[in-house]
Ligand binder design. Structure first.
Ligand SMILES: Nc1nc2c(ncn2[C@@H]2O[C@H](COP(=O)(O)OP(=O)(O)OP(=O)(O)O)[C@@H](O)[C@H]2O)c(=O)[nH]1
Ligand SMILES: [Mg+2]
Length: 304
């Protein structure tokens, strides 16, 4: 009896949702960083084994939107929790208190018919005895909303702890069914989008808070060609849009040092992804208020 279905991973920013999806897929389909609000749109990670096909949907972390970008990110979450087979609600064991974002998430899922699994991540960072307390905090709050967790699974994506138990729990609630995607498909994110995301990941990693959250990366040119020595090479040209002139200066850095750092780290990952050499050119441009301009939010709206 083969099973298949859609599973949404929902939770606050930085809980480890994308890390889990990557771990399960065995390939980095979604970027991950120590900064909250890394993921901006839904990304599918497809896992096929002899028993099942799980289509995981990685979603942006739930937060209070400050602009159109944030609103579209949250709309991505709303669509991802409707009409799926299983919801995995991921919480960070190191931040166990229930705040407004957690309340909002639980309010939105408590009365759905969809089975919900509470997944407590980052247990490598807490004492084992604390897990039971966290479980009861969430269970009790969910109960007041009329919800019950079908399963509760403590995990550590980092230490690969509890992952197979989580998979078994998910499979348990999947309906019988045929494959929804080809056996060799692993994601719906395109190479082009992944290149944009990789550059954003490096910017998030190297730059301080406010600056990288205000950037958008757009691939302008993406072309494969043969060199005179008959070697394949990709010519990739990219714009990094940022909010202010001062941000532009920070992104470029002294004598272009920051941009060089972002560019070479990104190029290495992109070459691994594409399996060929990459000639990467990056330009930094100021686009004030792009986060509130639909023109620049098309790709995020498309995923809703
Ligand atoms: N210690 C520890 N860190 C983890 C674990 N899982 C993920 N992380 C780290 O947590 C940070 C956030 O991980 P992400 O996967 O980007 O989190 P996310 O939930 O996708 O975040 P958003 O996209 O912002 O919503 C990264 O620095 C990860 O390396 C874990 O099990 N243990
Ligand atoms: Mg993420």
């Amino acid at each position: 009896m083969f099973k298949s279905g859609y599973i949404t991973i929902v939770g606050k920013p930085n809980a480890g949702k994308s890390s889990l999806v990557n771990q399960l897929v065995g390939f980095k389909v979604a970027i991950t960083t120590p900064k909250p609000q890394t993921t901006r749109f839904n990304i599918k990670g497809i896992i096929t084994n002899e028993k099942s096909q799980m289509v995981l949907i990685d979603t942006p972390g739930v937060h209070l939107p400050k602009d159109k970008l944030g609103e579209y990110m949250m709309k991505n979450v709303t669509t991802a929790i409707s009409s799926v087979d299983v919801i995995v609600y991921m919480v960070d064991a190191t931040k166990p208190t229930i705040d407004q974002a957690n309340e909002t998430i639980m309010e939105n899922i408590a009365n759905l018919k969809t089975k919900t699994i509470l997944c407590i991540n980052k247990i490598d960072k807490i004492e084992k005895e604390k897990i039971l307390k966290i479980i009861s905090i969430y269970q009790e709050y969910f109960k007041t909303l009329g919800g019950t967790f079908a399963e509760i699974v403590p995990i550590s994506v980092l230490k690969k702890d509890g992952i197979s138990i989580l998979v078994e729990c998910i499979e348990k609630y999947l309906p019988e069914g045929k494959m929804l995607y080809y056996e060799n498909e692993i994601t719906d994110i395109t190479e082009r989008e992944l290149v944009e995301e990789i550059i954003r990941e490096k910017a998030l990693n190297y730059l301080d808070e406010e600056v990288p959250h205000g950037i958008k990366v757009e691939v302008e040119k993406f072309k494969k060609r043969k060199t005179r020595e008959k070697q394949s090479i990709y010519d990739i040209e990219v714009n990094i849009l940022c909010l202010r002139n001062s941000h532009k200066g920070i992104i470029i850095g002294k004598n272009g040092s920051m941009l060089k750092k972002i560019g070479s780290a990104a190029r290495e990952d992109i070459e691994n992804l594409l399996g060929d050499k990459v000639n990467l050119k990056i330009w930094v441009k100021v686009r004030e208020n792009w986060q509130d301009n639909d023109l620049y939010l098309k790709n995020i709206k498309e995923k809703i």
